[in-house]
Design a protein around this ligand. Sequence first.
Ligand code: FAD
Length: 504
Amino acid sequence: MTARPHWLFGDQLGPHFLDPRHGGPDAQAPVLMIEARSVLRRRRFHRAKAHLVLSAMRHRAAELGDRVRYVRAETYAEGLAKARGRKRVPLTVCHPTSRRALEFVGALDGVEVLAAKGFLVSHEEFSGWAGRHGGGGLRLEGFYRWVRERHDLLMDAGGPAGGRWNLDQDNREPPPRGRTALGIEEPWRPAEDAIDDEVRHDLDRWEKAGEVSFVGRDGPRLFPATRREALTALRRFTAHRLPDFGRYEDAMLAADPVMSHSLLSAPLNLGLLDPAECVGRAEQAWRDGAAPLNSVEGFVRQIAGWREYVWHLYWHFGEEYRGRNALGHREPLPGWFLDLDADAVTARCLSTVLAQVRDTGWTHHIPRLMVLGSRALQDGWDPAAVTDWFHRCFVDGYDWVMLPNVVGMSQYADGGLMTSKPYTSGGAYINKMSDLCGSCAYRPTERTGERACPYTAGYWAFLHRNRERLAGNHRTAQAVRGLDRLSDLPELLAQAGRRKDAPP
Ligand code: FAD
C-alpha cells in the first residue's frame, strides 16, 4: 500500500508529528502544508506572531524538501482542493488544536484524523481521570500529581522527589532588592535568515495592499522557528536559567521582562518541542545537581501540570465555555488597550507591560494575570473580547490555550469551574512583587484622590460589585469583610466609575 499524504497544520511542526509510531501517519508519508491567507485576515494579529508562524512553517517546508508540497491558498478548502485534485486523494492529519479546525477536518471525505500529539496525556486518559475526580470539581493539583505518578516524573521510591508535591511556597519571592535585573545568563535569541526576510517582505506587501492588518511593532524575530533553534533555546534555559526559575517565578522587574522564565511557550505551541523532552531535561538537571528542586518542580508543574490541564479543559468544557460570562461583564475594550498604546497609560505597571506586549508579543505569566487580566476584570470588560485580544496579541496564543486561561483563570467568567477564586489584587501586591510602583504617578496605598492607584481602587470596587458572590467563597470572604472597614467606599466607587474608558 502506498503511503497516504499527511497534512501538517502550522502548529504541528516538530518531528514527533511525522513519527509513524503510536498511531502516527504512514511511514515516509508525503507531507502537505497549506499556508492559508484567510487565517491572517480573520483577526488583527500581532505582527510578530504572524511573522513567527509563517517563518516556522516555511522553515519546516525547507527542511522537508522534496517530501513536502507547500500550497499557498486563500483558504484551507482551496488549498486542499489544489493538493488533492479531482480524485480527492486520501489524507491523514493529526488531531488539530482548535475545535473549529477539528470540525473542519472531521467533515472532509477521505481524511483520517489521527490521535493528538504534542501532549503527555491522551484524551482517553484525561476522560478517565476526570470521570474519577470530577465530583467535587476538577482541580489542577490532583491532576498534576496523577500526571507525575503516571509518567514517573520527579518521583523517588514511589513518592514525590524531596518528599513534597508542591513547592509553591518557595517560589513566590519578590525580586531581589535594589536590583533592576536578575543578572543571569541572557535567554537564547535567534538570528534571522533569508526565510525571515521573505516573510517580512510578504507581510509588508500584504499590509500595504490593505489585505491584512496587524497590531504591535515589527522587530527582529525573538522566538525559535525551527527544531534546531528550539532545542538550543531549551538547552540554554535548562543549563543556565532554570536554577533561578522557581524563586522569582512570580516577580516582575521593569527592565528585565523575561526574568528567569523559559520563553518556551511559543516553540512548544508550534509543536517544535515535545513537553516530555522539556520536563525530562529539567528533571535531569536536578538529578545532576545543576538546579534546585524548587525550580525544577516549579517548571515541571507549569508544563506537565498547567499546560496539560489547560489543553484538556479546553476540550472537556466544550464550545459553550467560550461564551461564559458569570460576572455579567459587558464593557468594550478601550481603544488604547486594543491598539497597545502603552504611551497613553500613566500607571507604570500597565504602561510597562503593555509596551512589552506591543514590542514583543510576549510578557510572563504574572503581568498577564495580575496586570493585564486584572485591569480587564476590575473594569468589567467583556470576557470574550478579552480572550480575542490575548489570542491576537501573544506569540504563543492559540484557541485551546486562550479559552481556559482567559475565560477561566483570568476573568473568572466561568464562575469558578477552573479556579477557586478570581485573580485580582490592589496595588500592594504589584508593589510587593515588582519595582513597577516606585516612580509611578499613583501610590499603591491610596484608594481615592489624584494619586489613587487604579488597581487599589479597582480591587475594592470589584469586591463591592460582586460582594454577594464573593462573600460566599471561603477564599474571598475575608477580603469582602474588609469592605465594611472602608470609610471612603462611596468616594472610591464614584472615582472607579469615572475611570471607565480613559487610560489609567
Ligand atoms: P514559563 O514561565 O517558563 O513556563 C514554562 C511553560 O509552562 C510555558 O512555556 C508554558 O508552555 C507552560 N505553561 C505555564 N502556565 C501555563 C498555562 N496557564 N497554560 C498553558 N501553558 C502554561 N500560555 C500560552 O502558552 N499561550 C497563551 O496564549 C497564554 N495566554 C495566557 C493568558 C493569560 C491571561 C494567562 C494568565 C496565562 C496565559 N498563558 C498562556 C500561560 C503562561 O502565562 C504562558 O505560558 C507563559 O507566560 C509563557 O512564557 P514562558 O514560556 O517563559 O513560560
